[in-house]
Design a protein. Structure first.
Length: 296
């Protein structure tokens, strides 16, 4: 599949969705392209080669502006920082660069990016702690803040609601100093994001302000599927993906239940499951586990 195919899925860890960082729209789009090239079973980052022609088409960059665009985006992207909380200190944090190398070969028609291996936990081996979105929606957003709000809500799409404190929104978007007053945050980030998502994406939101006295302290977002932006083909794909996700979550629950059994009980259950597999040609162990728990 070519990089110019906007039906790529972008997957990122939930830790990254809630992390503190700020990128321009162009840098964010570059990151999306890199994320879309990561495979679910990758254990390490590769050096990702991006065809310049496909990249320009994907981002709708004019040929005469392309060299300067790549030069500017690569320079800034290498300088940007990702801030994650320190797991050993509630008041601490750890800063990482996104990438540590960018090679551009205009004569050969490609550039290569090597992501910083220290951010692997946020992008690789995510198991169930991830959220995914279609690249075609992400590339339509003009505002970096719309993109961040989209991910914060996309993570909770199945739940349908998310409550976030104003301080947490400011921290995630790295605007604590820029938008001190809630009114400014609402007017310049929340409302424009609401309008852009409604017009361009697969989800939209309504929100309720939660006050402590006269001050807005939290926002209760209500998240909805934006069916008018889903074609029939995409709607079918959405439903199919939801079925896969639901099945994966159910299997995860079965496996967690298996882990919590006392050693003797666990041994007995696993023996029954193994016997089922041996006695039934073509029956996978995963299916045998599902049958066991749904018939007991």
């Amino acid at each position: 599949m070519q990089i110019s195919d906007k039906n790529y899925l972008v997957v990122q860890g939930n830790e990254l969705i809630n992390a503190k960082y700020k990128l321009t729209s162009g840098e964010m789009r570059l990151l999306y392209v890199l994320m879309s090239k990561i495979k679910p079973d990758d254990k390490n980052f590769m050096t990702y080669e991006i065809p310049v022609k496909d990249f320009a088409k994907l981002l709708d960059v004019k040929r005469k502006d392309l060299h300067k665009y790549i030069d500017d985006v690569s320079t800034r992207f290498l300088e940007r920082m990702l801030t994650l909380p320190d797991p050993d200190d509630p008041n601490g944090f750890v800063k990482y660069s996104w990438a540590n190398r960018f090679d551009y070969k205009p004569k050969e028609g490609w550039f290569k990016v090597r992501l910083n291996p220290e951010i692997k936990p946020a992008l690789l081996d995510l198991r169930n702690k991830y959220t995914k979105a279609e690249l075609k929606y992400l590339l339509q957003f003009k505002s970096f803040y719309t993109q961040r709000i989209y991910w914060l809500l996309k993570q909770y799409e199945k739940i349908g609601t998310r409550k976030i404190s104003i301080d947490e929104i400011k921290r995630s978007l790295d605007v604590e100093k820029r938008y001190v007053m809630y009114g400014h945050l609402k007017a310049r980030i929340i409302l424009p994001a609401q309008k852009e998502l409604k017009r361009k994406s697969d989800i939209y939101f309504k929100f309720e302000e939660i006050k402590a006295g006269r001050k807005v302290k939290e926002i209760q977002f209500k998240i909805f599927k934006n069916t008018k932006n889903l074609s029939e083909q995409n709607q079918q794909k959405f439903d199919w993906m939801k079925e896969i996700d639901d099945h994966a979550e159910q299997m995860s629950a079965y496996l967690e239940t298996l882990k919590t059994l006392d050693p003797q009980k666990k041994k007995t259950v696993e023996k029954e499951i193994d016997e089922m597999v041996l006695k039934t040609p073509g029956l996978s162990r995963e299916r045998a586990i599902e049958i066991y728990f749904t018939t007991r």
